[in-house]
Design a protein around this ligand. Structure first.
Ligand SMILES: [Zn+2]
Ligand SMILES: [Zn+2]
Length: 339
């Protein structure tokens, strides 16, 4: 990977185009508040995340190829090429040229979960400033369902009735939640449940919740409520529930295909009450972590904030993209700040 030389003026086939951009003057050097150690650490973790997902993705593609060639090829294309902004030494920004945005895609799902948990936590904390109560985790479980679509419809309907109950309104000021499912290979059905973060006003005990839940579902009564001690961790967990591509590999072929073919736009998150505004902005751009988002406004022709060399766009493949972030992470990289 260290061999990957990226230079504007070389005949590197990775180069995006040959447009000549004049050398940047120093007044175009954007002032960014960069902590070198933070930059290295963020680069390191970015390369680790992408590395970790690579084999999972390969496995899912291989499995998909047996059941749906079209979905397999989209998944394979997703995040296989990147456009990066670099000075040749420092890679400041990288975006995949194509994202499949499927929930079973390890790359798309995890970006989505990261973004969602960041947005959600901020909004929940905001709401908590003006609302009193205890933050709790509430899990509502359904009896196993033969199909995913059918089970989700039933759970959504049950929850709609549940939240209309007087007793719900009396105790719960706001809720934010995610639908979650696992498949049981032995019984060949789905286990579907709803994980919620709720703002509880008055204390509501588990057996009362269970009675009410049985009331609306007719046959399901397994519920769990506990106080949320760590909001950050809790939100992170919750946002991961709907995106567990690893579980996919354990499903039998027909259940696997059901998940893959799940209707696009099937809502997996819900919110209401004082958490009504806690929603995922589905159309938002890929938000990088805080460190990389500092570079969002830099473009080709600007100067690298680290070494003042001119930045240029270049297209690289997945492995090269990971390599560039590893390179960023190396301690000697961020040293040549021009004085
Ligand atoms: Zn994807
Ligand atoms: Zn640089």
């Amino acid at each position: 990977m260290n061999q990957l030389s990226l230079s504007r003026n070389s005949s590197n086939p990775l180069k995006s185009n040959g447009n000549v951009v004049s050398t940047p003057s120093l007044d175009t050097v954007q002032q960014v508040d960069i902590n070198e150690r933070e930059f290295r650490r963020a680069s390191q973790s970015k390369s680790e995340r992408w590395t970790l997902r690579t084999p999972t993705k390969r496995d899912i593609v291989a499995r998909l190829e047996r059941v749906s060639a079209e979905d397999a090829s989209r998944l394979k294309q997703c995040c296989s090429a990147f456009r990066v902004l670099t000075c040749g030494t420092h890679t400041l920004r990288s975006y995949p040229t194509f994202r499949c945005k499927k929930m079973f895609c390890p790359d798309c799902a995890s970006e989505r979960a990261n973004r969602l948990s960041r947005q959600t936590e901020a909004k929940i904390r905001e709401v908590m400033k003006t609302n009193s109560g205890r933050l709790c985790f509430l899990t509502l479980t359904m009896k196993n369902a033969a199909t995913l679509d059918g089970g989700l419809v039933k759970l959504k309907k049950s929850f709609a009735n549940f939240k209309r109950k007087k007793v719900f309104k009396k105790h719960i000021k706001g809720y934010f939640g995610a639908f979650d499912y696992t498949s049981n290979p032995k019984t060949n059905d789905f286990h579907i449940h709803l994980h919620l973060i709720v703002l509880r006003g008055k204390f509501w005990n588990q057996s009362d919740i269970s009675d009410t839940w049985r009331d609306v579902t007719g046959d399901s009564f397994v519920v769990d409520i506990r106080e949320a001690k760590d909001v950050h961790k809790g939100v992170k967990e919750l946002c991961k529930y709907v995106v567990k591509p690893l579980d996919l590999m354990k499903m039998p072929d027909d259940k696997f295909l059901e998940v893959v073919k799940m209707k696009k736009g099937t809502r997996m998150f819900i919110s209401g009450g004082c958490f009504y505004n806690v929603k995922l902005d589905e159309d938002a751009d890929d938000a990088d972590d805080n460190v990389f988002s500092q570079f969002a406004d830099l473009t080709e022709g600007d100067a690298c904030p680290f070494c003042k060399q001119e930045l240029f766009d270049v297209f690289v493949d997945r492995a090269q993209h990971i390599g560039l972030h590893q390179l960023n992470a190396m301690p000697n990289i961020v040293k040549n700040n021009s004085s």
